[in-house]
Design a protein. Structure first.
Length: 301
């Protein structure tokens, strides 16, 4: 076979590999989506990450993907396992509605549901709230592929923020508005009734097994972490990304899942986790490295 024929065959193989690399994840997502709809369950981050493994495998990145993504998947699996145990270990449940009243003069969730509620807003907010389970994984994949230097730090920020929140759930469990405030409706359960699938009921029973984990809001924390990295990489061009966290923050309050204080707490926890991973840990490692070099014996002349 001549050189031109070899190049053509290599190009054809590469194109076929790229097509399969996209087609297999697409088929997997369709099957997974059908399964979730049929049985009323929600795929966890680990199942979504498996979709990207197919893509990586057909681009010969399997070993790198498994090595880089193992901490990411382990983070969510371990969190889900421990979060289901926290309610049995936590102490007295706290109610922060009085603080909300002092801060705003009313309960924002109650005001929104009484004066702004519409079916369109119910579904829009349910959509934004549901992105919590998908976008952190998708954004992680984009970082891994296009900005691998930031992927490891992103996972570290998620770990610091998530486990800081988990400790708070254990030490200071907080009831959400739908449980703490009379008159607040848990709108997501009504969305279940309207669509005829117990989608969110399944999430609350299995994925979010801790009902008193309102503060800080992970739904508020993750979108803010994503925005921080988007701004770090793209600067002012990342401004449209703010639609995501703002939409989730409003939805969390409107749907009766979180108080405004919970949302603020999520933003604060996320910012602290980002600063620890991006500023404090590198500074600490730099000082440790300098200290280690200072004690090294000088080379003989």
């Amino acid at each position: 076979m001549d050189e031109s024929g070899s190049k053509l065959e290599a190009k054809s193989d590469y194109r076929s590999s790229r097509i399969l690399g996209v087609a297999l994840p697409a088929v997997y997502l369709l099957v997974l989506g059908a399964f979730c709809i049929a049985y009323g369950v929600l795929p966890g981050p680990e199942l979504i990450a498996l979709c990207f493994l197919f893509y990586a495998a057909y681009n010969k990145w399997t070993r790198r993907f498994v090595k880089d993504w193992f901490p990411f998947v382990a983070l969510f699996l371990s969190y889900e396992a421990m979060n289901s145990v926290v309610p049995s270990l936590a102490g007295t449940v706290h109610y922060i509605a009085p603080y909300e009243l002092r801060l705003f003069g009313s309960i924002p969730t109650l005001v929104l549901q009484q004066f702004c509620r519409t079916p369109f807003l119910d579904y829009l907010c349910a959509f934004f709230y549901s992105l919590h389970f998908i976008v952190p994984v998708v954004f992680g994949f984009l970082l891994w592929k296009y900005s691998p230097g930031n992927f490891g730090k992103y996972v570290l920020v998620l770990a610091i923020g998530t486990y800081s929140a988990l400790i708070t759930f254990l030490v200071y469990p907080v009831a959400p508005p739908w449980e703490a405030v009379t008159g607040v409706t848990r709108i997501l359960l009504q969305v279940d009734k309207n669509i005829g699938i117990p989608f969110y009921r399944t999430v609350f029973d299995f994925v979010s097994a801790n009902p008193n984990a309102a503060f800080p809001s992970l739904h508020s924390m993750y979108p803010w972490m994503i925005s921080l990295y988007a701004f770090k990489i793209k600067k002012a061009k990342a401004l449209p990304v703010l639609v995501f966290p703002i939409g989730v923050w409003f939805s969390a309050v409107y749907l009766g899942e979180h108080f405004v204080i919970d949302v603020i707490g999520g933003v604060v926890y996320g910012t602290c986790a980002f600063l620890i991973a991006e500023k404090l840990i590198p500074l600490f490692m730099q000082r440790v490295h300098k200290g280690a070099n200072a004690f090294k014996p000088e080379s003989p002349p």
